[in-house]
Design a protein. Sequence first.
Length: 450
Amino acid sequence: MRPGSATPPSMSLFVLGLNHQTAPVSLRERVAFAGDAVPAALASLRALAPVREVALLSTCNRTEIYAVAEDDGRALADWLARHPDDAGDLHGYLYRHRDAEAVRHLFRVATGLDSLVLGEPQILGQVKDAWAAARGAGTLGGQLDRLFQQAFSTAKRARTDTRIGANPVSVASAAVRLAQESFARLEDSSVLLVGAGETVELAARHLVQAKAKRLLIANRTLAHAQDLATRHGGVALPLSELERHLAEADIVLSATASREPILRKPQVAAALAARKHRPMLLLDLAVPRDIAADVAELKDVFLYTVDDLERAIEDNRRSRREAATEAEAIVELQVARFVETLAASTRTAPIKRLRDHGEAAREEVLAKAQAQLAAGQDPGEVLNFLAHTLTNRLLHAPTIALREAALTGNPELARAADKLFPAAGGMGTRSQEPGTGDSETAQAESLRDR
């Protein structure tokens, strides 16, 4: 609560971010967060004055901040423009959603309705990772936790009740399809995979099904590459040997979490020369990009990024549009239910705070009274102490607020007090105003000093 504020500041649910629809990969890579950078980013976000709860979703196609915050999202936008790199002016690339629209957005994201590949299954796991990271960092409060849990439930129902997840297509499978279109026979092609994460795992699976001639798998951690190679019949390489084996590859598919390009123009030019300029297909599925953009200037190189897969997945969009309509209906139903639950929670929050305050005061004063009885003090005096102290504790804050309202000319609080505390009538003698009874205070002090 801000100093001098009589009520808690108004908190709203926000989502702020950019994705493949609003920003090119050259900008998305500047606001992409590697997994090990997320905890520090969450701590930095939580330290912002208006932020109470926060989660961060960062994938190759989107970076989004989900927050319970006090402002209109400007502080979040300013922060994102500076982290993890200085991205410059993000105006025109960012979207902001608030309250019900923020709920709808997350539900659509988790369901795969907002993905580059409509209905892709990987996004739900990535949303769960974002939730787990926020929970681990201590930035996930009750409101965001309920939101994410409902998003998981909505996505599960959409996949169960519709065909949005039928014949699943991923960015990796779309990339392999592009490779099949580029090379008449993958059976005659050698493929070099760089990385060992989920995207490369999926690509390896699709390449084996397509009967690619040879798989080379390079990774910074050799053991991970060896594990992948063992399961898919490939050859593992340490990343340090990438340049030496580059000329062997007809197709290179890269998806690492590196902040800097792994392949640059001189390396690829040398590989082309060694290949006598036989064409190379380079598929860069990483954000930030693994392959320097100027590599595309080389003759006999065909470089594609995640943004170039649009055509390869258009057939998938057409086949899933009917299922997507059904999934959208499920999302709308779940949004309405969640917003109503949230509104009900907001309505009952003051009641809960009041009862929690009363319960805490009761337990504290009762414990002191029990200690006095155990010390042999007179039961009647202890009962008087308990009654007067509890009355003071419960009515102190309302009394101060009413005094301030009278001084500032605020009649609303006085009218509310009339409704909350009607005249006692025949209910007995009114208690003395808390904080003004000298005899009551003296009695309590006397009992405590015994």
